[in-house]
Design a protein around this ligand. Structure first.
Ligand code: NAP
Length: 242
């Protein structure tokens, strides 16, 4: 059975990605950190989309937890393989840098940048053995352009962009592609409380994007049709930056 692992699949963009990949026939491994109810709601939507899934709770920023949960799953599911990995889990903790605490810096880097490393290092082994895999990293406009008030988040996402390009070259020979998607403003819990009207006015399309609009592109990168695209960073931002 072919599986897709989506980190942070319980809410927002991750949930929409789970549903999209379910329509493409994947059994979805829905990772979440603590919000089990939301993860269960994603699982119901995955089933409505015609596939099935498994909840997988771990904190991507905790290497011990990542290793024990993923290695146990791999050991117990030798008949299944993870063909698609979407590194989506992430947090923001905005603060001007001169006021930023060590924890605000390290928590954001731990979740996005280190989380990418801990999860991908394990999952990629089998992709290399089977000579097929699709890795899609959800980064951000902030990692390309930089955003004031988000030096930590911009650094984390820029780190994942560099890692995407480097890893793509390491594994291309084995038909494993590594791409990234850089959303602009997307309506999710993460952007809750932002001044939507003011920020939308800055976007050429005059609105925030939806998680489904991001998930469409993930579905494409995950598909067999995207076989010659690797190391690419795709903007999805309504024209805000290119
Ligand atoms: P969200 O609605 O806040 O959802 C975050 C998801 O990540 C939740 O499923 C959460 O799980 C999970 N998560 C957070 N920390 C985790 C950890 N340490 N381990 C495992 N799971 C963790 O966020 P979103 O807006 O969908 O964002 C998804 C991704 O897109 C993030 O990487 C974000 O940086 C990126 N992005 C978002 C936007 C935007 O405008 N929304 C723009 C650019 C990029 P729980 O439910 O258990 O908390």
């Amino acid at each position: 059975m072919n599986c897709a692992l989506v980190t942070g699949g319980s809410r927002g963009i991750g949930r929409a990605v789970c549903i999209k990949l379910a329509t493409q026939g994947y059994h979805i491994l829905i990772n979440y950190k603590e919000n089990k109810e939301a993860a269960e709601a994603t699982l119901s939507l995955v089933r409505e989309a015609g596939s099935d899934g498994t909840l997988m709770q771990f904190d991507v920023s905790n290497p011990g937890e990542v290793e024990s949960v993923l290695n146990a799953w791999i050991e117990e599911n030798k008949d299944k393989r993870i063909e698609v990995l979407v590194n989506n889990a992430g947090i923001r903790q905005d603060m001007l840098m001169f006021q930023m605490s060590n924890n605000q810096w390290s928590d954001v880097l731990d979740a996005s940048l280190n989380g990418f490393f801990y999860v991908t290092r394990i999952i990629i082994k089998d992709m290399l053995l089977k000579r097929y895999g699709r890795i899609i990293n959800i980064v951000s406009l902030s990692g390309l352009k930089g955003t004031a008030g988000q030096v930590n988040y911009s650094a984390a996402k820029a780190g994942v962009i560099g890692a995407t390009k480097a890893l793509a070259q390491e594994v291309a020979k084995r038909n494993v592609t590594v791409n990234a998607i850089a959303p602009g403003f997307i309506s999710t819990d993460m952007t809750e409380g932002l001044p939507v009207k003011e920020l939308s006015a800055m976007v050429p399309m005059q609105r925030f994007g939806t998680p489904e609009e991001v998930a469409e592109a993930v579905g494409f990168f995950a598909s067999r049709g995207a076989s010659y695209i690797t190391g690419e960073i795709l903007n999805i931002n309504g024209g805000l930056y290119s």
